[in-house]
Design a protein. Structure first.
Length: 292
């Protein structure tokens, strides 16, 4: 991140500020029931960068990959494991695309919530409970990323001063869910939809899925090849023979959004390529190496 702060759009209502410099107010997540529209929730839950990975997501970005999967399933009733689902915007889409035809749907992400401390100056400090790092500070006028790695010397000198003002992490701080309110509601009503934490670098210890979907996580821009191979090995071991793996990369090519997706089938010794759209995932070569 070149500059680890932006304007909080809520504090400058009269100015038509572009997204590059002004962000939606992250403090809205503290009373998320009030954010009814999935797009508006996704815009706020996408503001975080946790351990080098951005949480960016939005509804409607996996239409072609989901269609590949729906065709391959041909009306069967799968157990779906959705890995790195962020706030679950795209899980809601796939659940809708499957209609009622699924036996179970696991919506998973390494981080499903943060902890928040607020103060009487209207500031919110948001912490990753896994390591107690303050990942974002929202004030009425600013949004600051205190854990960002910055190159410019003057910013590097300013950050320790800024970090000095951060209250130390306390695990008793209230939890702030990063999961779409609508998805939480679906999970409350439908026992087949389960939202749970899962780190893909560890083995999956839940029921065997028949389908794994992983989108915009196995990305060479923020994971070394060894980690991508470890993740695909874990997914290979989670799936039974004949199980499906859908990998999606959303990219911008010549200024236009492109959804690159590949569907693979788990065979005895590794994954077999079934079908791709828009050239397929950029990690196809890694995923096709022997899975065991
Ligand atoms: C760019 S978002 C993609 C969200 C969604 N799949 C989509 O395509 O819109 C990547 C997500 O992966 C999650 N993540 C990062 N490392 C992970 C790991 N080791 N295991 C599981 N999830 C992880 C992040 O928390 C983040 O929500």
């Amino acid at each position: 991140m070149r500059v680890p702060f932006r304007l909080n759009r809520a504090g400058w209502p009269a100015l038509p500020l572009p997204r590059r410099i002004a962000l939606p107010d992250p403090r809205d997540l503290l009373s998320s029931e009030r954010i009814a529209a999935p797009d508006a929730f996704a815009a706020r839950s996408s503001l975080f960068v946790l351990r080098g990975t951005t949480r960016s997501t939005r509804p409607g970005r996996h239409r072609q990959g989901d269609a590949l999967l729906a065709r391959a399933l041909r009306g069967s009733s799968p157990v779906v494991l959705d890995v790195g689902a962020a706030d679950g915007s795209t899980s809601l889409d796939l659940i809708a695309a499957l209609g009622d035809r699924f036996a179970a749907y696991y919506v998973t992400d390494r981080t499903l919530s943060l902890r928040a401390r607020t103060d009487d100056r209207g500031r919110a400090f948001l912490y990753d409970a896994e390591d107690g790092t303050c990942v974002l500070i929202a004030t009425p006028r600013w949004v600051v990323y205190p854990a960002a790695e910055v190159r410019a010397g003057w910013l590097r000198r300013a950050l320790p001063w800024l970090r000095g003002g951060i209250p130390p992490f306390d695990p008793a701080y209230p939890e702030v869910s990063l999961v779409q309110p609508r998805l939480r509601e679906v999970a409350r009503r439908d026992a087949r939809v389960i939202v749970r934490a899962y780190n893909v670098l560890e083995p999956w210890d839940g029921p065997a899925p028949t389908v794994v979907k992983i989108a915009n996580l196995l990305n060479r821009a923020f994971l070394p090849d060894a980690a991508i191979r470890r993740a695909t090995r874990n997914l290979f071991r989670a799936l039974p023979r004949g199980g499906l793996l859908l990998v999606i990369d959303n990219r911008v090519v010549d200024g236009r959004p492109v959804e690159k997706a590949s569907l693979l089938e788990r065979d005895e010794g590794g994954f077999r390529h079934v079908e791709s759209v828009n050239g397929g995932t950029e990690i196809l070569d890694l995923a096709l190496r022997r899975g065991g």
